[in-house]
Write a protein that binds this ligand. Structure first.
Ligand code: ADP
Length: 258
């Protein structure tokens, strides 16, 4: 496994209190820098702009209107990059911010440009930190500029860069037979090789966390995209990000989609 896309969800970056999880961000920077130093090519897809923006602006409720959400995302995105830059620089690792909208990856010309930029960054040993350009992408129903969410974006980025593995870090240990927060009997799957209607039904109606969007359904859709491309994805618990070492060591953690 040489080229790895890591997607980190809001729940791994923001504490339930709404405060930024600095130890999580620091450990992520440490782990990703170490992997880069081992010669692996690392791409980070990070959510969290709205959560960080809410913390910075001392908001306790997620804003409801789209202009408000976009404004908070714009504040939070630069603040989030500030935290990443600080922590990665502590380990001597350069990073770069790349903000995407769906039209960029849908139009061949701009898609090629985005790929060229990302390839160039990787060849310069720089870790690209990708997010959707929330401040300008319109709403969830606008399929021209908007991705469904960062789960989908991370799968698209994996395809664009022909990555060997997508590691999706969430607040749950993997994919279960039912939502384990509601059903204590749910069992954790170690491997899933196809996404069927039955698989989708097991994700139920998961709206996702207070600060994030996704939910399990969007993770399964991303997994389907990865499986269709004959690649692999691991869904695991991002608390703590150190788990990435275990995944790459082949330890039995999370759910492998392959
Ligand atoms: P993130 O913010 O990290 O992207 P989400 O909150 O969007 O994570 O999605 C993870 C959540 O999906 C879990 O916390 C859980 O409540 C829910 N969920 C629903 N069905 C399942 C399932 N079958 N297996 C695991 N988690 C599930």
């Amino acid at each position: 496994v040489n080229r790895i896309v890591i997607k980190i969800g809001t729940s791994s970056l923001i504490h339930p209190s709404g405060k930024v999880n600095f130890s999580g961000i620091d450990q992520l920077a440490f782990v990703l820098t170490d992997l880069n130093n081992q010669g692996k090519e690392i791409i980070l897809v990070s959510s969290g702009a709205i959560g960080v923006g809410m913390d910075k602006l001392r908001m306790t409720e997620r804003p409801t209107t789209i202009p408000e959400q976009q404004a908070v995302a714009a504040v939070g995105q630069s603040e989030l990059m500030h935290f990443y830059n600080q922590r990665f620089l502590a380990y001597n690792q350069q990073t770069a911010q790349v903000l995407m909208t769906r039209d960029i990856v849908d139009y061949p010309e701009s898609r090629k440009n985005a790929i060229n930029t990302l390839e160039q960054l990787l060849s310069m040993n720089i870790i690209p930190i990708i997010n959707e350009n929330d401040a300008v992408a319109v709403d969830e129903l606008d399929h021209l500029t908007k991705f469904g969410d960062n789960d989908e974006l991370s799968a698209i980025v994996s395809q664009m860069l022909d990555a060997d593995l997508l590691i999706m870090l969430s607040d749950i240990d993997g994919f279960y037979s039912d939502n384990p927060n509601k059903n204590k009997e749910a069992i954790l799957y170690s491997t899933i090789s196809a996404i069927t209607k039955e698989t989708m039904a097991q994700a139920g109606e998961s709206a996702g966390s207070k600060f994030g969007t996704g939910g399990m359904i969007s993770k399964l859709k991303a997994a389907k995209r990865i499986l269709d491309a004959q690649s692999a994805m691991v869904l695991a618990n991002g608390k703590p990000p150190r788990i990435i070492f275990d995944i790459l060591d082949g330890k039995e953690v999370g759910t492998l989609f392959k």
